[in-house]
Design a protein around this ligand. Structure first.
Ligand SMILES: Cc1cc2nc3c(=O)[nH]c(=O)nc-3n(C[C@H](O)[C@H](O)[C@H](O)COP(=O)(O)OP(=O)(O)OC[C@H]3O[C@@H](n4cnc5c(N)ncnc54)[C@H](O)[C@@H]3O)c2cc1C
Length: 537
């Protein structure tokens, strides 16, 4: 049976198609090594990207014959089970070598190697129904073409059978290719330093992949967290120039838009909370304007009639984190930097009391004057740092919907007490996010999705009409005081940029500015001082 790619998935279909032969017209990303295990609607974010290349090859066939496992209804998907299957059957596809990008490290004595840990399980899961997605398919094809372009400029994966290890040398080695590591690397590479990023998977597939991209230092500010709000404000000030430079140097758009945030109250109790929030923000000197329900609905006619009032922060903005990552990869390479994918750092090269590089899982090394740890939620876990890095994972589930670009449910970012909705000019509408302390678990749950959609619907009933395209879980790098860990660790040659928790996208420019300054030996911005990693020593 051939399923039309434009046929909508309906939750009211009875479970069907089990034990029949099914031909798919389109498989976007496939998370399994064997054809009979192909899962058309479930994608393991970190695992499936590697496996997508297998899917690319398979896609060339006239039909993919799939037995047993086609699950047509979203409610019929056991994402966690699927992920377990995927993790058991990883495929190592070794990219062609680009020898001239690797500077051999001949004749160097081997220094002490730090401790080793087992590779992480995958970080997040995406559920992507295939319903009616012609435009989405074109976007994905463009993204795949862009990915292929990136492949010619990144150092190949190593560690597969028969793969050859290669040492290299840099001024700055960065562990982690999320938005934070890539941004710091790009800024350092622009100053003429030799920079190498090691990323154990694909760049930007950690928390950054899940993030909504809200740049909201004021409406996200917690009471008593004035220094963090000041850091966020400084970073928001930097965002326009950061985005402009990045777009110019990469040739890619990053979706920066100063669309504003409207915090809405949907009943009397929520109105009390919004009023208190306004008072707190005013006391912290932050900007937000109190509005009545009718004023809110005048600004955003799609709001539910129950809207009782709100708080407008017109200066707040958004960016598309996935586009930022794609741009950072290109800009980094254009600036002469190197990105190694599928390269896990498992130890540090020690010289005396200092750190002089990283050791990768395949035994190769990147010798470097300085190492920046930017491993997101894994920064505290991977045992690389010889100092305490109290970073923990905080799970967040997020739903992506698609609207016709001229029929967005709102112009501004809408936030209620329980949910936010971020409409993008592209037609993407992000609904987020849960906050869960569940260790490194990244299962997408029915309860999480239900809560997000119910609360988004309460605020903006029109979202019920939108296409559901993706559900993702990511791990925020949380810290004990919710502030990032930025700067010198106290160990010679070792820097850290992690623990950005729920504001890592917002804080990217100021983080990159701080690391660039430290590497250049100039003072970092004042706003960064309270966030030294040494406060946890
Ligand atoms: C659902 C959700 C919504 C969010 N929304 C927003 C938002 O709207 N605005 C905002 O400002 N922030 C938001 N955040 C927070 C933001 O996403 C994070 O703070 C930010 O992405 C952290 O970036 P990072 O580069 O430090 O971490 P990550 O993006 O997680 O990247 C870390 C990278 O390091 C790699 N790595 C780890 N260990 C190693 C190793 N040993 N060797 C090699 N590589 C390694 C990982 O594979 C990963 O790619 C959100 C987060 C979530 C989960």
């Amino acid at each position: 049976m051939r399923r039309d790619a434009d046929e909508p998935l309906r939750a009211d279909h009875p479970p069907r198609l089990r034990r029949r032969r099914v031909a798919l017209t389109h498989v976007d990303a496939v998370g399994s090594a064997r054809v009979h295990e192909l899962g058309p609607v479930v994608e393991d974010e970190e695992g499936s990207v590697r496996l997508a290349r297998l899917a690319e090859r398979l896609r060339g066939r006239d039909q993919l014959v799939v037995a047993e496992l086609l699950v047509a209804e979203l409610h019929d998907v056991d994402a966690a089970a699927q992920r377990r299957v995927e993790q058991r059957s990883r495929i190592a596809l070794v990219r062609p070598r680009l020898d001239d990008e690797v500077e051999a490290r001949a004749g160097e004595t081997r220094a002490t190697v730090g401790c080793v840990h087992a590779p992480e399980a995958s970080g997040a899961i995406t559920i992507r129904p295939e319903a009616g997605a012609r435009a989405g398919r074109a976007e994905r094809a463009a993204a795949r073409a862009a990915d292929r372009q990136n492949l010619i400029r990144v150092i190949p994966a190593k560690g597969g059978p028969g793969a050859v290890s290669a040492d290299s040398r840099a001024d700055l080695a960065v562990v982690g290719g999320g938005i934070v590591g890539l941004a710091c690397a790009w800024r350092a590479a622009r100053t003429g330093l030799r920079v190498e990023v090691v990323e154990r998977g694909e760049p930007g597939r950690g928390a950054t992949h899940a993030a909504a991209g809200i740049l909201a230092p004021d409406t996200e500010a917690e009471p008593g967290a004035a220094t963090l709000a000041a850091l966020g404000r400084r970073s928001l000030e930097l965002w326009p120039a950061f985005a402009e430079d990045l777009e110019r140097e990469s040739g890619r758009e990053v979706g920066f838009a100063r669309c504003g945030t409207l915090v809405v109250a949907l009943d009397r109790d929520e109105l009390d909370v919004v009023r208190r929030e306004h008072d707190v923000l005013a006391r912290m000197g932050l900007e937000a304007q109190l509005l009545s329900g009718s004023e809110c609905r005048k600004l955003e006619p799609g709001l539910a009639p129950v809207c009782a009032g709100g708080l407008l922060a017109a200066h707040e903005a958004q960016v598309d984190p996935r586009r930022v990552v794609a741009a950072l990869v290109d800009a980094l390479v254009a600036a002469g930097g190197v990105l190694r994918t599928d390269a896990e750092a498992v130890g540090l090269v020690r010289e005396g009391d200092g750190v002089r590089g990283v050791v990768l899982a395949d035994g190769s090394r990147v010798a470097a004057e300085r190492v920046l740890l930017a491993g997101g939620a894994w920064s505290g876990r991977n045992g690389l740092a010889p100092v305490p890095l109290p970073v923990r994972p905080v799970k967040g589930q997020v739903v992506r919907l698609r609207a016709p670009a001229d029929e967005l449910p709102a112009e501004r970012m809408i936030r209620s007490e329980h949910v936010y909705v971020v409409p993008r000019a592209s037609g993407e509408v992000v609904v987020g996010a849960t906050t869960e302390e569940r260790g490194f678990d990244t299962a997408v749950t029915a309860g999480g999705v239900l809560e997000l959609l119910r609360e988004a619907y309460r605020a903006l009933p029109e979202i019920a009409e939108l296409e559901l395209v993706e559900v993702t879980a990511g791990l925020r790098p949380g810290s004990p005081d919710n502030g990032p860990l930025l700067g010198e660790t106290g160990v010679d040659g070792l820097l850290v940029a992690s623990g950005h928790y729920r504001n890592g996208i917002l804080l990217t420019p100021v983080t990159a500015e701080a690391i660039e300054a430290l590497v250049a030996g100039t003072p970092p911005p004042e706003a960064v001082e309270p966030f030294s990693p040494r406060r946890f020593a």
